[in-house]
Design a protein. Sequence first.
Length: 250
Amino acid sequence: MSKRAIRILLIVVVVLGGLFVAADRFAVSYAESEAADKIKTQEGLSSTPDVSIKGFPFLTQFIGGKLDDVEITMKDYDAKSDGDTIRVADLSATMHGVDFSSDYSSATADRAAGVARIDYDELLKAAKAEPVELPLGAKGEVVGLSDGGDGKIKVSVEVSKGGTKLPEPVDVLSTVSVEGDTIRVHADKIPDKLNVLGVSVPLPEGLVRDVTDFQEKVSDLPGGIQLDTVQAAPDGVDVAVKGENVDLVS
């Protein structure tokens, strides 16, 4: 083969390769858009989630009917919680081994793993709604949650007596954990007494824990994914989620 013929062949290969890449990227963009719209409708989301199909080329995955990895990010998802809802501010998950139909009407992942962010203000709703009666006429209620460092949550308790509040809330460090579909907040240590307006008030641990300790059920996450672990973060708690045979679209 002459040098000229080789050059022509190389040019043809490069052009065809470029056209294939362009066609592949167009196809994956279309598939991502279709999948995002399907998920938005199925989950009743207020905004369209971000769907990113990984792996190249996409067309060979499409022909095989199975995608290697799909990353999905959605905002403001309302999960269920004891007859009410709890807002998940951000949910990002990677789906591995996704089988799908040609019209994207169904898609199931072999397994999934990700992180759900729940803001402290949202988690605070699970604390006692009404002040709890403490000894000697004092009352206590949780008024704030924040990052306590080292994976702990700082629980701020407002204490009052006779309608007069202490100048500053009482803070306790708490451990946050997951048990099944429930996030639990448990104070590491409870003070045994408190000075309330010049009066030393004894604090029975069981009674004080009625104020400081609480739990929040989080269920009905997309595709049936489940809570795994949880840790405190600057703006809320980061909950690791996982699942098998996850229905992305059904």
